[in-house]
Ligand binder design. Structure first.
Ligand code: MOS
Length: 704
């Protein structure tokens, strides 16, 4: 028989593409169900306090209303340790928009109408939603997201800054930002048989099925099993198609629990709950605003002697999430003296969470604009400055890089982008537009999370099925895993069918941290090898073998493993209105092996587009009087639209990282956003001579 090794590296079309474009792909809320009921939440209208009374008489009287559930009658949860998920467990309100009830009805219209009739009265307590760097009560969290230490201090930063020939000392800010995947968060919960034991517990045989728009069905299953006190095998989470997540669907949120509580009111019936776009702004996580002080010290030749990156950001008072904003500054440049810190204000705000490249995305806006300022102060080209500060080994761990090709990315991008045509700031006027070019560096760590398993079955007739409970949130995972399996089995792409998106499939880690392809792919490779080891090339029909992702990753202990990239932007600033246009962006990335150039390109340019959006548009506005995110929809929370995105291109180095597991790939989902906003801000400076340190870059700032 012929052994094929032709799938990985080819631009295979999305295997689920036909189902998606013909409407056959069943997204969570749209899935046909027998006799569904519909849930609509009631949300708190105060930022902090206590519910004193709830009158649901009028709501209950609406035709078609089946139940109104509030903290007075909601089931007691087994585990309320996660305050975000302790839904309807007490009368306390921790942020505006928090769930205080849910209406279940025969139609979505009746549920929504009735929810508006629920009368809730409150005792209001003083609240505080305003982040400032000088506010009292800032604290150092025990660690920051990703398990990183909160602070680092290497060498003597103060002495190095004192002695430096050139210094930059600036404060950069980024606003509250919101994930807006096309498909809003949705859950459909079914209790079967739905018997409840006395005392509010669950019957021995109760089973919960949750159709969910999630980045990790297994994570949702294990979390909800714990929250509801069920053995995990009695919970099933199904999520074959997911319309984007970007981190906001990376862990269960309150609406998952609310849907399950609502379904208790109608045992055996599926209860559908979809957050509205407006509700997502309080309930689907957000990126914390950041206040970042960056200090750089360098010799006259631009060689860095000190890097200090000190971050102030917020978390919700009810649950801590500490974005790892300064972590990238620990490894990026060769300064011997480095200090990073994170301080949090615990505010009466919705719970922040993951948003594409948490940490690096806001952190590299500050760091990479600061590097541009240093280049200017030293009279150096920004690419040359970065080349001079490219460390031989990881400054933080002292380990050799598995492959650090940042300078190659910068030089390659410079040649492709026409960097040589860049002029001095504010000197290139074309018509009534100031034209400028900007660059920024980008990085993202290699993550391969343990805990995934894949199973291969031979169906006969030359066909294989590969099963793993992974999630394709639009990234192309479905296709990439098919390619990986085909090569590992040595068969044609079309001989392999992959099944994902169901917690009844073998365990899989979350689609997060740009780790999906590397983690799940490693499990798939291991399973395919195990299959061939047992059955050889001529398996009997029905033959099956599985394997866990190998736990040991010795190279990850020996090498510093990060992807890198160079972001380029051209901007045109209208000299009369201050309006910024971005006619061109180019990203050059070094990410190890690329499994599928078509879906990879889509990830890169998608990330860069989010970066453009971050640079020019996105800003959540909290009204501190009410704790309300006032621009909580796509009419007022601006994101880049088609007309804003002209020519965004991405290329990558042809390489394989031999230390990055069996695939040689380091992950690509997040690096596209990192540095993109800085490249635009730096281009704005080159165009107009105005240094903008606060995002987003709006016309009023440039006119001033
Ligand atoms: Mo991503 S923010 O790790 O889902």
């Amino acid at each position: 028989m012929t052994v094929w090794r032709e799938a990985v590296g080819t631009p295979a079309a999305r295997v689920e593409g036909p189902a998606k474009v013909t409407g056959r792909a069943g997204y969570t809320y749209d899935r046909p169900m027998t006799d569904p009921a519909y849930a609509y939440p009631v949300q708190a209208t105060i930022a902090r306090g206590r519910v004193t009374s709830i009158d649901s008489t009028a709501a209950a009287g609406v035709e078609g209303v089946l139940a109104v559930v509030t903290h007075r009658d909601a089931a007691r949860l087994a585990d309320t340790g996660d305050a975000e998920l302790a839904v309807l467990q007490s009368d306390e309100v921790g942020f505006r928009g928090q769930f205080v009830g849910v209406v279940v009805a025969e139609t979505p219209q009746a549920a929504r109408y009735a929810a508006g009739l629920v009368r809730v009265e409150y005792e209001q307590w003083p609240h505080d939603t305003e982040l400032r760097a000088d506010r009292p009560g800032l604290y150092a969290p025990e660690q920051v997201n990703g398990g990183f230490v909160t602070d680092t201090d290497e060498g003597d930063v103060d002495a190095a800054l004192e002695a430096a020939a050139v210094t930059v000392d600036r404060v950069y800010t980024t606003p509250m930002e919101f994930n807006n995947p096309m498909e809003p968060h949705a859950s459909v919960a079914v209790w079967d048989p739905g018997e409840w034991a006395p005392g509010g517990g669950f019957a021995e045989d109760a089973r919960l099925t949750l159709f969910d728009s999630t980045q990790g069905p297994h994570v949702v299953r294990s979390t909800l099993a714990q929250v509801f006190g069920l053995p995990p095998e009695r919970v099933r989470v199904i999520s074959p198609y997911v319309g984007g997540g970007f981190g906001s669907k990376g862990m269960p949120h309150a609406h998952n629990v609310l849907a399950v509580l609502a379904a208790r009111a109608v045992p055996g019936r599926p209860v559908k709950l979809a957050l509205t776009r407006q509700q997502m702004f309080a309930l689907a996580g957000h990126r914390t605003p950041t206040i970042q002080r960056v200090r750089l010290g360098a010799g006259a030749d631009g060689r860095l002697t000190a890097v200090a990156h000190e971050v102030v950001e917020h978390t919700s008072a009810i649950k801590e999430f500490a974005e790892q904003t300064a972590v990238g500054a620990r490894m990026m440049y060769a300064a011997p003296n480095r200090r990073t810190s994170h301080r949090l204000a615990a505010l009466d705000v919705p719970v922040p969470s993951w948003m594409r490249a948490p940490g690096e995305a806001p952190g590299f806006f500050a760091l990479e604009v600061a590097m541009d300022e240093l280049a200017q102060a030293c009279g150096l080209d920004p690419i040359e400055l970065r080349a001079r500060n490219d460390p031989e080994v990881d400054p933080e761990s002292g380990r050799p890089w598995s492959g650090r090709h940042l300078v190659r990315c910068l030089r390659e991008g410079a040649a492709r982008f026409g960097w040589a045509e860049r002029t001095a700031p504010g000197t290139r006027l074309v018509g009534r537009e100031l034209v400028g070019l900007g660059v920024a560096a980008s990085t993202y760590p290699y993550y391969r999370f343990p805990g995934s398993r894949a199973v291969v079955e031979y169906e006969g007739g030359g066909r294989y099925t590969v099963r793993i409970g992974a999630a394709d949130i639009g990234t192309g995972a479905w296709t990439a895993l098919t390619q990986i399996a085909a090569d590992a089995l040595g068969c044609r792409l079309r001989a392999v069918r992959v099944e994902i998106g169901d917690s009844d499939l073998p365990a899989a880690t979350v689609a997060g941290g740009s780790s999906g392809t590397t983690s799940w792919g490693s499990a798939v490779v291991a399973a395919c090898r195990a299959f061939r080891h047992v059955y050889g090339e001529q398996p009997p029909a029905g033959a099956e073998a599985g394997a866990d992702m190998p736990d040991d990753d010795p190279d990850a202990e020996r090498f510093a493993m990060h992807s890198f990239g160079a972001q380029f932007a051209e901007v045109r600033v209208d000299a009369d209105t201050g309006e910024v246009r971005v006619p061109r962006m180019l990203g050059v990335f070094s990410v190890g092996r690329v499994v599928n150039p078509r879906t990879a390109r889509s990830q890169f340019i998608g990330g860069m587009t989010m970066g453009l959006s971050m640079a020019l548009h996105e800003r959540g506005v909290l009204d501190h009087r009410t704790g309300h995110v006032i621009n909580h929809d796509l009419a007022e929370y601006h994101i880049a639209t088609h007309a804003d995105v002209v020519d965004v291109d991405a290329v990558w180095l042809d390489e394989e990282d031999v230390h990055a597991g069996p695939l040689g790939a380091r992950g690509i989902g997040e690096i596209g956003i990192v540095g993109a906003a800085a490249a635009i801000a730096n281009a704005v400076h080159n165009a107009a001579g105005v240094r903008v340190r606060d995002l987003p870059i709006t016309p009023d700032v440039l006119l001033r």
